[in-house]
Design a protein around this ligand. Sequence first.
Ligand SMILES: N[C@H](CCC[C@H](N)C(=O)O)C(=O)O
Length: 321
Amino acid sequence: MNRTFFKVHGSGNSFYLYNTSDENEMDWVKLTKWLCDKDNEGGADGLLLVLPSNHADAKMRVINADGSEASMCGNGLRCVARFVCDNLGLDKAVIETMKADLEVRKEHSIFEDIPTYAVEISPVSFELSSLPMNYHNQTEIKHQILKEFSPSIKFTAVSVPNPHLIGIVEKRYIEDTYHQKLLAQFLNSENDYCVDGVNVSYVHKLKNDTIFVRTFERGVGFTNACGTAMTASALVSKLNGLVDTNVVTVLNPGGFVKCEVIQKDTDAFELTLIGNATIVSEYVLQTEQNNYQFINRKDTEEQKQYEKCIQLVNKELASLS
Ligand SMILES: N[C@H](CCC[C@H](N)C(=O)O)C(=O)O
C-alpha cells in the first residue's frame, strides 16, 4: 500500500507529517523509529499525526524519535496548523492535543514570504508535580541554583504542558554543549528527579528583546529548536528581567521564532509561538508486510527560501558575539 508523507519543519525541528482518519492504521512507534533514523533521508525529530477530532478542527499526536509520545510540540503544531488551515481553507483553527485544545492562526511572514503560523502554548504550570519532577520536596523551582546539577546555573522548571528545565547560562555553556548534554542525558535516563525525563534548555541573553536557546529534547537529543522550550524560555527570561518586551525574539541553531508572553495574573500567562511552517518534501511510502520503503520524493522550493533566513540569523549571531 502507498501512503503520502510530508517532511516539514519549524525552525529546523524536523518531522514527518501524516494525515489519517484511522488512529490505529499503523504501528506508529515502529514507523517513527524507521522514519527518524539519520541514515534514512537524514532522519527527523519525530512524527506528527493529523487525525480527526470530535470537537476541534483536527487532532495532533506527536511521536518522538525514540517512539515515546510528547503531550505537545510547538514547532510541530505550526506545521499541523498550516496543513489543517490549507486543507480546510481556514485562516485560524483549533487543534486538539493530548492535554488541551489550542488555537492556531496564519500570521504575517517572519521573513520574506516564508509561510508563518502562530500557535497557542498552554496550559502553563510551575508546579513540579505537573512535569513531573522531584526535588527535595519542593513544589516549584524558580530561578534557583540546584547544587547537584551546577554550582552556578539558575534553573526554572515549567510545564507547557510538556516538561521543561530551563537554565540561564553564560556564553561559554552555549559554545560548549558538554555540561548541558551530561545533565540532559542524566535526567533522561533512570533517575529520581525526572522519572518521565525532561526537555533541557540553556538560555543566553543577547539583547533586551532577544535570547538564544539550545534544547536537548527528551526522546530525541539535541535538536535545531524546540518550540515549547523556546516559548517557556521566553517566559522565564521575561520573569527574570533578561528581556523587557512582550514579544521576544528567540534565536536557535535552526533559525528564529517570536514568542509573545502576556502576564494575566500572578501565575497566569498567555503564550504564543510564531514562526515558520515549512514543507520540504512530499514522499510516497510503500508498506508491505510491515516493511517500509520510500518509493518517491518530490522537493518543494521552500527550503531554499528558508536557507536565506538562516543566513540572516547567522549574521545576526555573528554580530552579537
Ligand atoms: N520539539 C517539540 C517538543 C517535543 C517535546 C518532546 N521532546 C517531549 O516533550 O518529549 C516542540 O517544538 O515543542
